[in-house]
Design a protein around this ligand. Structure first.
Ligand code: NI
Length: 211
């Protein structure tokens, strides 16, 4: 029964993610599922809720949502899960979002697992690749060293006033390591964080003509 629900959800969301740019495509979902599994080796979370929340977590992302459309709700309603499970899943997804630093705190172990799993995919080599894929899709500059990274921005500023891809590291990606709440998340984040720092240092050197 639960497998059938997951398979149904998988096939519905895959069609949607296949239309998104490479920063939020089906491969992103597969990696986040893998991260969540690793984290659940040491955290006691309900794998059914975690898997459905991961599958659905980006289908209604404001970056990709078309007006008046709520795919997350539509798909969730079509799956035949209980009302309680459905509201638990919706809550996990709400709490996963970063919202320019204005996100909600995770209130369940399932939300913490999905949050860390998604955030791990935003950092390290894969985070770098995704940032430039997204920036490319939106026509953003690779870097702008004159630009001041914002902190304490509102969700609206974060969404509507784009900065260069390199600035995004200082506004979000370098903050994520300290926002991990599971032990596994923290451990994996450390190495990925260091890798981003070396990348940024090298990028700065090369673009300044010093390397
Ligand atoms: Ni995501």
């Amino acid at each position: 029964m639960t497998n059938r629900i997951i398979d149904n959800c998988r096939s519905q969301v895959k069609r949607i993610y296949d239309t998104f740019d490479a920063s939020h495509d089906w491969q992103h979902i597969e990696r986040v599922l893998g991260n969540a599994e690793r984290i659940m080796e040491t955290e006691k979370a309900d794998p059914f809720l975690v898997e459905l929340a991961v599958l659905l977590h980006d289908v209604s992302d404001p970056k990709y949502m078309k007006n008046g459309e709520d795919l997350e709700k539509e798909i969730l309603e079509s799956l035949g899960v209980s009302e309680e499970q459905s509201s638990q899943i919706a809550q996990i997804i709400r709490q996963v979002s970063f919202k320019g630093g204005n996100g909600e705190e995770a209130s369940s172990i399932e939300a913490r697992v999905v949050q860390d799993a998604d955030r791990l995919d935003a950092i390290g080599a894969v985070g770098i690749a995704r940032t430039f894929a997204y920036g490319g899709a939106k026509g953003r500059n690779l870097y702008d060293w004159e630009e001041k990274p914002r902190n304490g921005m509102t969700e609206q500023q974060y969404r509507e006033e784009p900065t260069s891809s390199a600035t995004h590291f200082y506004e979000k990606l370098l903050l994520l390591k300290n926002m991990m709440t599971t032990e596994t998340g923290k451990q994996i984040a450390d190495e990925r964080h260091q890798f981003m720092l070396s990348f940024l240092e090298q990028l700065k050197k090369e673009t300044d003509g010093n390397a």
